[in-house]
Design a protein around this ligand. Structure first.
Ligand code: DP6
Length: 351
């Protein structure tokens, strides 16, 4: 079978020189959520989404080709990856190998600084770093758009971490062929006005989640009567969010982000059986955020597939916001993040 998109990734001229590459990527937090796929294999989403890449919790991933090896070796945080995670990495590498016309297996060594699987976007930084490192190691030289498409195949949200700052992920068009849909679904940077934002991250529980976001979004799309209405309103949220970002209007950005996230969680609560990621401590933090607003502080909450809360505010208010939520999570931790850089190869990492 020919590669699906032979022109998407361009092979580097000296293809055999890059036997090893190391890349770093940061997680991103969606202000307009990606929730639901229309194509599971290609990881094509149902809705557009928009996120901020963070300057904390980087993932560093090295891919080294292991000529003669019969299978890939995947090491996560110094330990052999569990079967499911290793299979996901191998499936992703198969895609890269197919595009590069290469067959060598690889050793993948990935260091996360974010707790894995806790709704803190470890799969976003993980697959963005893997896409950049694997493409280089196998001698491909994709541009940022092609890298974003590639990262998407590992984990949808990873396509946004290819870019720094704010990024929109276009769901892509369905009017043409499957190949055209694939090509049209990628992230790109979003223009913003005068905005100095911070996300205060309240880690309520750093343990892995009971239901993966992949399984939860499938169940929501399949069974939740609230899914379609949310998807429709999310498109409106996105349009308003772009305008609010451009205007540098942090209150509007926060309001739209909070309602979009609460709506996403409503779709899950209405799924059958329900998916509930929000914990009692999550609600305590939400109360605290509301009180901050009543006191005149622009603070707005968003939650992903886990109980942790990210509070959007002005950078100048961030320490005060962190202080206010800290005693709501006595067993957790609170840290302040700002906009961070896109995924990149580390110097000398192409060899
Ligand atoms: C709630 O990107 O982890 O964080 O594509 O199945 O790997 P897969 O899902 P993933 O889902 C993230 C969902 C979310 C919202 C978001 O980041 O937009």
């Amino acid at each position: 079978m020919p590669p699906e998109h032979p022109t998407t990734l361009v092979r580097a001229p000296q293809q055999d020189t890059a036997a090893e590459a190391t890349a770093v990527a940061h997680p991103n937090i969606a202000l307009i959520k990606y929730w639901g796929k229309r194509d599971e294999r290609l990881v094509l989403p149902r809705v557009d989404s928009l996120s901020m890449t963070l300057d904390v919790f980087p993932t560093t991933t090295r891919v080294r080709l292991a000529r003669g090896a019969v299978q890939d070796t995947v090491v996560l945080d110094g330990h052999p990856a569990e079967d499911g995670a290793a299979r996901r990495v191998t499936a992703f590498l198969d895609l890269v190998r197919e595009r590069a016309g290469r067959v060598e297996r690889a050793v993948v060594d990935s260091q996360n600084t974010v707790p894995t699987g806790a709704g803190l976007a470890s799969s976003a930084s993980g697959f963005a770093a893997l896409a950049v490192a694997a493409a280089a190691a196998y001698g491909l030289s994709p541009d940022a758009t092609a890298l974003s498409r590639l990262a998407r195949r590992g984990s949808g949200s990873a396509c946004r971490s290819v870019f720094g700052g704010f990024a929109i992920w276009h769901a892509g068009s369905d009017s043409g062929t499957t190949a055209e849909a694939d090509l049209s679904s990628h992230a790109e940077p979003v223009p913003t006005g005068d905005l100095d934002p911070a996300l205060v991250i309240a880690v309520v529980d750093a343990g892995p989640k009971a239901v993966s976001s992949r399984a939860a979004m499938r169940r929501t799309v399949d069974t939740s009567p609230l899914y379609e209405p949310w998807a429709v309103s999310s498109e409106r949220d996105l349009t308003e969010m772009r305008a609010a970002l451009l205007a540098g209007d942090i209150e509007a950005v926060g309001e739209i982000a909070e309602r979009n996230a609460l709506g996403m969680h409503a779709t899950m609560l209405a799924a059958r059986p329900a998916v509930r990621y929000l914990a009692p401590a999550t609600l305590t933090v939400l109360d605290r955020v509301l009180r901050l607003r009543q006191d005149g502080v622009a603070a707005y909450a968003t939650m992903d597939a886990g109980p942790n809360v990210k509070v959007l505010c002005r950078r100048t208010d961030a320490e005060g916001v962190a202080e206010a939520v800290r005693d709501a999570v006595p067993d957790g931790s609170v840290l302040v993040a700002g906009p961070g850089p896109g995924a990149r190869l580390l110097p000398g990492g192409g060899r």
